[in-house]
Design a protein around this ligand. Structure first.
Ligand code: C5P
Length: 401
């Protein structure tokens, strides 16, 4: 997702410096080329060798280095960066950047860069709430510097409060958002995700294997592209991506109600949820007792939410999913037409590396006019980006009409 991106990771001297190692791993795994700059005090906590080994690039520690100064090290680094992250950022580094002080490799390179700068502060709670610090942060925010706020928790100094470095995953998410162009700015996109649960009695339900991973990946990716995102989710074990409005539901009926109540606000609806097609005719108020050798459950069809959206007079751009185990394309094309959709993402759930409960997927995207696009095996995050690329191009001509 960060393929060919040049990221500078500035590490300053706090106990949280070790977490910058995890952040570096996330960045390199996503394909970024990361160049690490460490302040002198950062090197007291983690050795440059750790960052050098994991980034596969030399670590910069000195402003005046005989080798890199051939190309004026801090300028060439600053120029080539797509994004500059400072994590952890101490009160000292933030104060220096805000005050225009450039007296080491890190502060000099920040001063010289035109790239976006993302700052993840980490410090004692009293430092964090000190008006001098607050002023510095305010000033930098006004100038367009981005911040990943620290978390509240137990701090290394023994205090409990705000100042704990944000989780590496949150900093990574903010980095991806900073590097994503806001192609869906001004849009409201609703994504449905996960399974639904159809209760039989107070302790049992009918459901399916959907993990919600595809829908959550789509919600995160849409949010990074600048859209407002409403995520209507069945019961899953995932955390909603930052900045997404989460609406939790259990049954198909609840999902229908949540979707219909909000569809008027949305320009795009992506239905990645695996809605249960049937529910129990009646729900027993008490736990059904184990009695006979056989138990017959009578099921009745659930409302088809997507089909109902397709019949709306003011229809948003509609994207459906088709999870099939056989005759994939024919089935998906039929659903696209019958449910009056703009796009459908067909995935073969009979394969172990695609569909339910795994991190990867392979799919074919079909469009209204008969065109289709192949998406070979890739992560669900990558597929989410591909799907949104298609939505962006298919959807814009409609917007102009
Ligand atoms: O017809 P089928 O259930 O296979 O269609 C799948 C698509 O329809 C998915 O996008 C799913 O979210 C949506 N759907 C729905 N309501 C249902 C069943 C499926 O919105 N009751």
């Amino acid at each position: 997702m960060l393929e060919r991106k040049q990221v500078i990771l500035g590490v300053s001297g706090g106990i949280a410096a070790y977490k910058a190692v995890q952040l570096l791993r996330l960045l390199t795994k996503a394909g970024a080329d990361v160049h690490v700059i460490m302040t002198r005090s950062a090197q007291e906590f983690v050795t440059p060798l750790t960052f050098q080994t994991l980034s596969a690039n030399p670590v910069h520690t000195e402003l005046f280095n005989l080798i890199s100064e051939q190309q004026i090290g801090h300028i060439s680094l600053a120029d080539r960066a797509d994004l500059f992250i400072i994590a952890p950022a101490t009160a000292n580094i933030i104060g220096k950047v805000a005050g225009g002080i450039a007296d080491d490799m890190l502060t000099t390179t920040v001063m010289a860069t035109k790239a976006k700068v993302l700052i993840a502060p980490a410090m004692n709670v009293n430092m964090y709430t000190n008006p001098i610090y607050r002023d510095n942060e305010e000033r930098l925010r006004r100038l367009g510097y981005l911040f990943v706020p620290p978390e509240t928790g137990e701090l290394a100094c023994g205090w409990i409060g705000e100042g704990k470095l944000a989780a590496p995953e949150s900093i990574f998410e903010a980095a991806m958002a900073a590097l994503t162009s806001k192609t869906l700015n001004g849009q409201t996109i609703m994504v449905t995700a996960g399974p639904t649960r159809e209760e039989i009695d107070p302790v049992r339900f009918v459901s399916n294997h959907s993990s919600g991973k595809m829908g959550y990946a789509l919600a995160g990716a849409a949010r990074r592209r600048g859209s407002r995102v409403i995520l209507v989710s069945g019961p899953v074990g995932l955390t909603a991506p930052p900045g997404v409005e989460l609406v939790r539901v259990e049954s198909a009926a609840e999902m229908r109600e949540a979707v219909m109540a909000r569809v008027g606000e949305c320009s795009v609806v992506i239905k990645a949820a695996a809605v249960a097609d049937y529910r129990s005719v009646e729900r027993s108020e008490t736990k059904i007792k184990k009695q006979n050798d056989e138990l017959t459950l009578r099921l009745v069809k659930n409302p088809d939410i997507l089909a109902e959206l397709g019949r709306l007079e003011q229809r948003p751009f509609l994207v459906g999913f088709a999870a099939e185990t056989d005759s994939l394309e024919a089935g998906a094309a039929k659903k696209l037409a019958e449910k009056n959709l703009d796009m459908i993402v067909a995935n073969d759930v009979s394969q172990p590396d695609a569909g339910f409960n795994v991190d990867t997927n392979r799919a074919r995207i079909l469009f209204r006019d008969g065109r289709s696009a192949e998406c070979p095996l890739m992560s669900k995050n990558e597929l989410a980006d591909r799907i949104l690329d298609h939505i962006t191009t298919e959807f814009s001509p409609r917007r102009e009409r």
